[in-house]
Design a protein around this ligand. Sequence first.
Ligand SMILES: Cc1ncc(COP(=O)(O)O)c(C=O)c1O
Length: 387
Amino acid sequence: MGWEGFADVASAGPWRQWREARPATSVLHFDTAAAGRSSIATLRAAASHAERESVVGAYVAQAEAEPVIEQGRSDLASLLGFPAAGLAFTESASAARAALLAAWPLRPGDAVAVTPSEWGPNLSAFAGVGLRRTELAVHEDGTIDLAGLAGLLAEKPPAFVHLTHVASHRGLVQPVTEAARLCNSAGVPLWVDGAQAAGHTQGPAGADVWYGTSRKWLTGPRGVGMLAVAERWWDRLQIADNPLGRSALRDQASPVRMLESAEANIAGRVGLCGAVREYLDLGPARVHKRLAEVGALTRQALGDLPGWTVHGSPAAPTAITALLPSQDQDVAKIRARLIAEHNIVTTDASPLRAPGEMTRPMLRISPHVDCTAADLAALRAAIEALG
Ligand SMILES: Cc1ncc(COP(=O)(O)O)c(C=O)c1O
C-alpha cells in the first residue's frame, strides 16, 4: 500500500476509536516519542484520584487505590516478563535508572557495554558512577552484531550489557531477546532501557533489568516511570533501609519494591494503570504491528522531501522517523514554526540524545496508531513550505 491509500485504514476501526477516545484537537501530533496523548478515560482516572486525595486525604486515597495500582503492576510486569513483585514505580525512566545504578552491585571502573547509538543521558549517568564504557560491535543499520556480543561476553565480559531497546533519535530496534539469550548463558546481566519500547514493541524477554516511562507509547500520564528486576538478582541489590519503616516491603513483596519512590504522583500511577488496560484491550501485538506500519508509511511519505533525508533504516519496525536536514536548516526554528504556523507538533532532536552517532539536530516525527494519510500529507506540505 502506498502512503496515500493509508487513510482508508486509519480513518476506520480501532485506530479511529483510539483518536476519538482522546480530547478533540486541531493540533496534529507527531511527538509521541516525547509524550503521547492520553485518553480521556486516563485523564479522568488521574484527575478523580487527585480530587479524592482532597476529599478523604491523600494517604487514605492512596490506600483505596491500592487494588488498581496492584492490578496495573501485575499487568505491566506480565507484559514485560517479570514477576509483579519485581516491578517498582518511579517518577521517570531516568529516576528508575538512577535507583538501579545506586542499588546494583557495581564498583567504579566496572565496564558497561553499549552500542554507538546509546541514549546520551544514559552514558552520562554511567560515567557519573565511574563506569567504563565498552563499545558493542554493530551492523550498518545500528543493530548489535550478535556474534560480536558473544565474542565480547566470552573474552572480556563487562559488568553488564546495556541496550536501549528502541532508539529515541531514529528508527532503530535492538534484538533484545537474542541478546538476552547470549547474556544469560554467559552469566552477564542485560539491562534494557525501554523508555521508547513500552507500548511500542514486544517485551524484553529474558532481560535482567528493565526500565521505562508511562508518558510515551503507553500514553499514560507524565511523571511516572517504572523499573523491573529479574528475581535472580533480588538478593544482590544493595538497598538502604528506609527510616520510615518501608523495609517491611522488602519482606512482604521484594527488595525491588524498596526502590519504589514513597512520595509520588499516585494520580499519575492510577492513570497509567488505566492506560495499560486500554493497551491490553487493543491487543499489544496489533498495536506494535500498526506502529511499525505507521513508521514505514511516514518514511515513505517523507522519504523524498526536498532538503531532508530520512536517517536510519527505513525498514526499522518503529514509528520513530528522523529527518536530517541536508542543507543548514535550523531545526529548532522549523519545529517552532510548525507549531505556530501549522498546528503540528514534532521534536527538535539534539545530538545529545545519541552523541555516539548524531552530529547535528534532526527533526523527529513520531505519530501514534491514529496517524492518517491526510496527517502525513499536511506534515509534508508544512515542512516543504518552511524549507
Ligand atoms: C531512550 C530513552 N531513554 C530514557 C529516556 C528518559 O526518560 P524520562 O524522561 O522518563 O526520564 C528517554 C526520554 O526521552 C528516552 O528516549
